[in-house]
Ligand binder design. Structure first.
Ligand SMILES: Nc1ncnc2c1ncn2[C@@H]1O[C@H](COP(=O)(O)OP(=O)(O)OP(=O)(O)O)[C@@H](O)[C@H]1O
Length: 304
């Protein structure tokens, strides 16, 4: 793992724009060799964090340290080519000159990226049907996005960050991207960060999640323990209503006489047994529902 994955550690990390905090005293730990979700509403600081982790921007306060993949001691990425050669950040804006032909952009990536895999790049270009003889500026938004996916995956960088890049692709292409990402990650485990607000779509890929809101860290947690913070209770409407009275409700849905209510709360074995004897099914809470709750502008109501 140490050869192909980096870990990230931030202390009191802050970035300000004209005095306003975009990142506010973040203490983060990204474990090596995992797929991390970086979730947050618009303007929450995801892109700023991605840029700082990739060494594109210096923190105003605090520090970022990157460790592993043969680096020896932990190092700050800013203006440090030894570290940044091991990090690939793919942004929607694109960081390669638009006037370049796709094949030249690929040749440039191959020359700059020590872990580049040309076979994988070729395979993915075919799969996403990205023409290599066109100038980047002539590509459709979806194909530009797909090219970003190819550049990010084929870089096989020990820390690979996709900052919402793949969102320009249509649904079938995004699915193909998720499949390709999982398959190649299984072959070469590395640290991957997916910044997104399409939480449901990526929730099965993610192992750990960082949620930002207004530049602050709302939570950092394994997905499984986040899902354990609540439950979806399903059964006859009246019984579900009675059982969930007093819990904070995240979502509810009714279909005929059946109702599903998602609530926050610790469902210990006693509570689970009570639900079962009342004829109710209890499942894990959806990541999307928790995300909406944790980043909502105003707290949701309590059932009474
Ligand atoms: N170059 C900049 N100059 C001034 N303010 C900026 C700049 N970049 C970001 N900001 C501000 O910093 C805050 C965080 O922005 P950032 O782009 O990191 O959020 P985000 O979560 O990536 O948002 P989105 O999902 O909309 O892309 C926002 O308030 C934004 O307006």
């Amino acid at each position: 793992m140490a050869d192909t994955a980096l870990s990230v550690h931030t202390d009191n990390l802050s970035v300000r724009f004209a005095g306003a905090p975009a990142l506010d005293r973040l203490d983060l730990r990204l474990a090596p060799g995992k797929i991390h979700g970086l979730l947050g509403r618009n303007g929450s600081g995801k892109s700023t964090l991605a840029a700082v982790l990739a060494g594109f921007r210096q923190p105003d306060e605090g520090q970022v340290l990157i460790e592993g993949a043969g680096l020896g001691t932990p190092m700050a990425p800013y203006e440090n080519a030894v570290v940044t050669s091991r990090i690939c950040l793919i942004r929607e804006s694109g960081d390669v000159a638009d006037s370049l032909q796709v094949r030249h952009a690929l040749a440039l990536a191959a020359s700059l990226r020590p872990y580049w895999n040309a076979d994988l790049a070729g395979e993915l270009l075919d799969r996403f049907e990205v023409p290599t003889n066109k100038r980047m500026q002539k590509l459709s938004r979806g194909k530009k996005s797909a090219l970003g996916a190819v550049l990010g995956l084929a870089s096989r960088a020990p820390l690979t960050i996709f900052d919402e890049t793949y969102l320009g692709m249509d649904v079938p292409s995004r699915r193909a991207f998720y499949d390709a990402l999982l398959a190649d990650y299984a072959e070469v485990p590395r640290t991957i960060v997916l910044s997104t607000h399409l939480v449901n779509e990526v929730s099965t890929l993610l192992e750990d999640v960082v949620i930002l809101d207004n530049g602050r860290l709302v939570t950092q947690s394994p997905v499984d323990s986040l899902r354990g913070r609540g439950a979806a209770v399903v059964g006859p409407a009246k019984v579900v209503d009675e059982f969930t009275a007093g819990f904070t409700v995240l979502a509810e849905e009714k279909l005929g006489g059946t109702k599903s209510i998602t609530v926050l709360g610790d469902f210990d074995p006693t509570l689970l047994a009570q639900a079962a004897s009342a004829g109710l099914e209890v499942g894990p809470v959806g990541l999307q529902e928790l995300f909406v709750h944790l980043t909502a502008p105003t707290p949701k109501g309590t059932r009474s």
